[in-house]
Design a protein around this ligand. Structure first.
Ligand code: ADP
Length: 268
């Protein structure tokens, strides 16, 4: 009887070890899949970036002409209704020029100005910037920021831009779905990575959209509400920092955006 008990115990230990091994292999597989997906996205964005930058340069000159001549005309003595039409030409051309400017920011591989940065304090600063909206729009923010997070070398303002973009998107989609929202922000350090994650309780992202999130001009917002450039610029910024930016979501179950940055790995 005792022998049977021992065998059962040994078997249970072995099963547990196997279970752990399977879990390890699964997590390695997920990591590898994620790395491959990232590579594909980065490659695709690089070629779109080249096209975008060529296009933006070509279109910038004629646009500058339209804006300049509209301004010249506005300085003249004109009948009111013509003045109003020219104002529209001027403001629409300006809007197009702004899109071009963002496109160039996305395409330009501009080097970040790096300094020692505490990711927690960047997140806290961004939350202060959005505090008013969170209060009036009924958005609850829960933060779980690791107190002993190591510093990283990063461009403070670029990271601020990335976190702002992610948070403003979460606000938009949560409010659209149910006129309020819950946003959970966590930071932690695993191995050589600082990981910041932003989880909202909005509508989530359809699986066919997940692969296009970081493409320039991909947007599901109403016409005129979004340019679809935000996340592609964020992806460029995080890639320049040798980090990863990805999203996880099940439709109807909210979305999580994850930013992974190396701990002091690249301090150029
Ligand atoms: P824009 O905000 O102008 O649409 P972005 O590049 O910032 O551009 O976002 C692209 C798209 O990613 C959004 O239009 C939306 O479809 C999707 N998205 C981003 N964040 C979220 C989120 N928190 N929940 C659901 N969808 C999101």
């Amino acid at each position: 009887m005792e022998r049977v008990g021992e065998i059962q115990e040994d078997a249970a230990i072995e099963i547990e070890a196997l279970r752990r091994r399977v879990a390890e292999l699964e997590s390695l597989e997920t990591e590898q899949r994620r790395a491959e997906e990232q590579l594909l996205i980065t490659d695709r964005l690089a070629s779109i970036g080249e096209l975008a930058s060529g296009l933006a340069h070509e279109l910038n000159n004629p646009l500058t002409g339209v804006i300049g001549f509209a301004q010249l005309l506005l300085g003249r003595d004109l009948p009111d209704e013509i003045r109003e039409d020219i104002k529209i030409i001027y403001s629409e051309a300006k809007r197009a020029a702004d899109v071009m400017k963002n496109l160039l920011i996305f395409a330009r591989k501009h080097s970040p100005v790096k300094q020692l940065v505490d990711i927690n304090s960047v997140i806290e600063k961004v939350l202060v910037l959005r505090a008013y909206e969170h209060r009036v729009e009924n958005i609850q923010v829960v933060t779980r920021l690791a107190p002993d997070l190591p510093l990283t070398m990063a461009d403070y303002f670029q990271l601020q831009q990335v976190f702002l973009n992610i948070i403003i998107n979460a606000e938009h989609f949560m409010l659209e779905a149910h006129q309020r929202g819950a946003l959970t922000i966590t930071t932690r350090c695993i191995g050589n990575s600082i990981i910041a994650s932003f989880t909202d309780d909005g509508p989530g992202i359809a699986s066919e959209d997940l692969v296009h999130l970081f493409d320039p001009f991909f947007t599901t917002k109403e016409v005129g509400e979004g340019t679809g450039l935000g996340l592609s610029i964020c992806h460029g910024i995080i890639t320049e920092h040798n980090g990863l930016l990805y999203a996880e979501s099940k439709p109807g179950k909210g979305a999580t955006f994850v930013v992974e940055l190396p701990v002091l790995a690249d301090n150029k």
